[in-house]
Ligand binder design. Structure first.
Ligand SMILES: NC(=O)c1ccc[n+]([C@@H]2O[C@H](COP(=O)([O-])OP(=O)(O)OC[C@H]3O[C@@H](n4cnc5c(N)ncnc54)[C@H](O)[C@@H]3O)[C@@H](O)[C@H]2O)c1
Ligand SMILES: O=P(O)(O)OC[C@H](O)CO
Length: 365
């Protein structure tokens, strides 16, 4: 039977991927219901509810302006209604908003459709508050919980992941790129490939769910460091060093805390790995705002408000989460680049000291 697809999120990437899913659903009627629904965290734009604007103009004028959306993509502010409707939940919202969304959907758990599952496109990590109670439970180093695990535990459904070198404005313009689906279930990987793949958005698949997800989360920390490098006026050689040292720390982080979860080195060579790291260190929002942070001295939250029109950064918060996990595991000294990114965001370390951190990196010992 054709599957109902619900997009949980409607930001820059959320709307872009919703467009792809809705277009694919139109041509794969045997696989997917042609109506795709998208949850909108409701807000007022020019005096009107954003969900209403999307449904009447078929454009997300705030988060993906200028991109035509299929009229079979239906925006709704009613998140609970998607609980009983969806066969596939596509989670794609800034990671700080995931837990509240899951808690809302969880209230509909008894009404979920048989065989419903999730796929997460969210880049970040959850930190279990001291003493638990965050809803995640379990996880890697120092209270860190994968977002896919948070979804699994909150909703009691399985969760695949999709990550890649995918700056949303470029994907929305349909310029060629790649992405990686991680799923241990081969038939699910095939179904997700059919849902997401287009002739300009090619999907690779792997069973290494954890490796794919962590590549997507950790590269935002490194990209924030790349932005500091740009703000300080360093050139491409320095940025290449940040990318290399950042990649070494990403690999070490996964091997240290997630070795038992089947992380494979070859995942770093999929789109979710080095490719995403490079694109984000050159073209991403995290890089851009980190550069502005150094040049203007304004707080990151203020720059987010001033420059992103409601879009959200994931890098500084992920840096804080990684720092918390490393501190709890007493492994901070082994990850100086990621630790320094957090301390600079917090103004506990001067940006100029970042280069000293690289100069004295344990990779050079
Ligand atoms: N934008 C990209 O280029 C891109 C590409 C790949 C992956 N991602 C990842 O996808 C995820 C979502 O990113 P995005 O670009 O779609 O989002 P975004 O950065 O555009 O964030 C804005 C979204 O957050 C929503 N929001 C604001 N306050 C909220 C609240 N309290 N509760 C729930 N939602 C709220 C807004 O309604 C809007 O839909 C992130 O983890 C990001 O790293 C983004
Ligand atoms: O714009 P950023 O820095 O949030 O990065 C967007 C995507 O993750 C790139 O793949």
């Amino acid at each position: 039977m054709a599957r109902n697809v619900a997009i949980i999120g409607s930001g820059n990437w959320g709307t872009c991927i919703a467009k792809i899913c809705a277009k694919n659903a139109l041509v794969s009627a045997s696989l997917f219901n042609k109506e795709v629904r998208m949850w909108v965290f409701e807000e007022t734009v020019d005096g009107q509810p954003l969900s209403g604007i999307i449904n009447s103009r078929h454009e997300n004028v705030k988060y993906l302006p200028g991109i035509a959306l299929p009229d079979t993509l239906v925006a709704t502010p009613d998140l609970p209604s998607l609980g009983e409707w969806a066969d596939i939940f596509v989670f794609v919202l800034p990671h700080q908003f995931l837990l509240p969304a899951c808690r809302t959907l969880r209230q509909q758990r008894a009404k979920f459709r048989s065989g419903a599952y999730a796929v997460s496109l969210i880049k970040g990590i959850h930190v279990e508050p001291a003493g638990g109670g965050g809803g995640g439970g379990g996880g890697g180093g120092g209270g860190l919980v994968l977002l896919s695990d948070l979804i699994r535990q909150q909703l009691e459904v399985d969760c695949a992941v999709l990550m890649g070198a995918n700056l949303a404005p470029e994907v929305a313009q349909e310029t060629f790129c790649e992405a990686t689906v991680g799923s241990r279930d081969p038939s699910r990987a095939r179904e997700l490939k059919a849902l997401f793949e287009t002739n300009y958005f090619r999907i690779g698949t792997t069973s290494d769910e954890v490796g794919v997800e962590l590549c997507g989360a950790l590269k935002n920390v490194v990209a924030t460091g790349a932005g500091f490098c740009d703000g300080l006026g360093y050139g491409d050689n320095t940025k290449a060093a940040i990318i290399r040292l950042g990649l070494m720390e990403m690999m070490k982080f996964m091997r240290t805390f997630y070795a038992s979860k089947g992380v494979q080195d070859r995942t770093f060579f999929e789109s979710c790995g080095i490719a995403d790291l490079v694109t984000t260190c050159y073209g991403g929002r995290n890089r851009r705002l980190a550069e502005a942070f150094v040049k203007t001295g304004k707080p990151i939250s203020q720059l987010e408000d001033e420059l992103l029109n409601g879009q959200k950064l994931q890098g500084p918060q992920t840096a804080a989460e990684v720092y918390t996990g490393l501190q709890a595991a007493d492994r901070l000294a082994e990850f100086p680049l990621m630790a320094a990114v957090h301390l600079i965001c917090e103004r506990r370390l001067a940006p100029e000291k970042f280069i000293d951190t690289l100069r004295n990196h344990p990779e050079h010992a």
